[in-house]
Design a protein around this ligand. Structure first.
Ligand code: FAD
Length: 425
């Protein structure tokens, strides 16, 4: 059933010929030429893109490479950490996508050879492609914060990729004594979902308020400002007075090292010891992007915003958190929008049509307590070779009544259902 394309002399030669002329795809005598698109990473960006490619042109041969048989979504995972939701509600399989004719291959991509246009998988299989979409999300930079390596994350969870880390942080909160301090160390931008640390701090405070009310949340921040700051700070005053403290960058909040043995986070102005330490380290594009040569020295992947084509390697497109999206925040909402726009661009390029000018929409809900949320919406378009925010977006008002916050919390749930159906079928 798996329509892999092991490299043979015939399709290597065919692949080389195809680079000379965009439409000369390798083909078996008598059969229609079929363009092959491989997508690495089946998260919000990649799953959406694979589905959209097949919808736009059912004749395309689309392969989605993703090692996990079940995807675990980050949006709403802060509710899992706060004990308001089960991890299973975050999980989605790939059966529907496979049912739509996408070849789903449960493997990690370990190598990309751009000149040969091949991808090697962990089991040693090699696939050839005409165009490759990279959507590997993020990797945590375990070399960026002294003391914080992969082993340290078993003691001081980041929970910035949903799954075991989410459950670990939840268990640590459950085991914590009343009166303990939970510390969140927040990195500078660019980072996955810039408002999510503050949503997390709010929902942890909700859990503590209802079960361990003498406890506190301390945010050690490598930034001075953050999205929807006035709304968050207003909610903290209203719902969690005296429970959440934030030390910003200019107040000395940036973590400079950690000691997992003592659960200590060091800043330029002092050491902070936590009962529960949630350390979110700096990030970069998923490793395969670097292996493919698509990441620059920032660790992220520069792209042409019209086609999502890599600026560094040919026939490769990069979408989702891994790309340098200019003004677009790294969010599931943006990843889903990029997945569709990239699919349209790839299909156009394959059939020799000019790509359309994309206009992307992103919406982000922040839940600060059950039934209490606010949102931020943005529109983005290419300008001067990056994405910039254009008119039309907006944020929830600072002084909205409780009913509006409750309605936004309902909207957030509807958004999650809609985006997961749209991405995973
Ligand atoms: P991912 O969804 O991470 O998918 C990447 C996939 O690539 C993974 O499945 C991975 O297994 C696969 N992969 C990686 N390397 C390889 C390889 N070598 N071979 C094959 N497969 C590979 N966004 C919102 O819009 N709204 C929210 O409310 C929201 N809340 C969030 C809360 C938290 C706590 C966090 C951490 C994030 C939140 N986000 C939210 C952000 C959102 O989760 C990400 O922006 C989104 O997941 C990015 O999609 P992606 O497809 O780029 O990456």
């Amino acid at each position: 059933m798996r329509a892999l394309h092991p490299v043979t002399r015939r399709n290597v030669v065919g692949g080389l010929a195809a680079s000379a002329t965009a439409l000369a795809f390798p083909h078996v005598a008598g059969a229609e030429p079929v363009a092959r698109v491989a997508v690495i990473g089946g998260g919000f960006a990649g799953a959406t893109c694979a589905r959209a490619l097949k919808r736009i042109d059912p004749k395309l041969d689309v392969t989605l490479i993703e090692p996990n048989r079940t995807f675990t979504a980050c949006p709403f995972s802060n509710e899992v950490i706060a004990g308001l939701r089960d991890l299973e509600a975050q999980q989605f399989g790939y059966d529907r996508i496979a049912g739509e004719g996408v070849h789903v291959v449960a493997q990690t991509a370990t190598r990309v050879d751009p000149p040969g246009r091949t991808v090697t998988l962990a089991d040693g299989t090699t696939l050839s492609y005409d165009r490759l979409v990279l959507s590997p999300g993020i990797d945590l930079r375990f070399d960026a914060l002294p003391g914080y390596d992969e082993a340290a994350s078993a003691k001081m969870p980041h929970a910035w990729k949903a799954g075991e880390q989410t459950t670990l942080l939840r268990r640590q909160l459950e085991a914590m004594d009343d009166g303990g301090v939970v510390i969140l160390a927040v990195p500078a931008n660019p980072s996955r979902c810039p408002p999510a640390p503050y949503e997390r701090a709010s929902l942890i405070a909700h859990y503590l308020k209802t079960t361990k009310p003498r406890s506190k949340v301390l945010i050690l921040d490598a930034k001075d400002a953050f999205p929807q700051q006035r709304l968050f700070e207003g909610a903290w005053k209203e719902l969690y007075a005296g429970m959440i403290e934030r030390i910003s960058l200019s107040q000395g909040g940036r973590a400079t090292s950690v000691d997992p043995a003592t659960n200590t986070i060091v800043t330029e102005f002092g050491d902070h010891t936590a009962q529960v330490a949630n350390v979110i380290p700096p990030q970069k594009a998923g490793r395969i992007a670097d292996i493919a040569g698509a990441a620059d020295n920032t660790g992220w992947c520069p792209i042409d915003p019209v086609t999502f084509a890599s600026k560094l390697v040919s026939d490769i497109h990069v979408i989702g958190d891994a790309c340098l999206g200019g003004g677009i925040p790294k969010s599931a909402s943006a990843a889903n929008a990029q997945g569709k726009a990239c699919a349209a661009a790839v299909a156009n390029l394959i059939s020799g049509r000019a790509p359309d000018m994309p206009r992307l929409t992103g919406v982000c809900y922040n839940i600060v307590a059950p039934g209490h949320a606010f949102s931020l919406a943005g529109f983005y378009a290419p300008k001067d070779s990056i994405f910039v925010e254009v008119e039309g977006g907006g944020t929830s008002p600072v002084d909205a009544p409780r009913e509006v916050r409750a309605r936004e919390a309902e909207d957030a749930r509807r958004w999650f259902t809609a985006i997961t159906v749209d991405s995973f079928g």
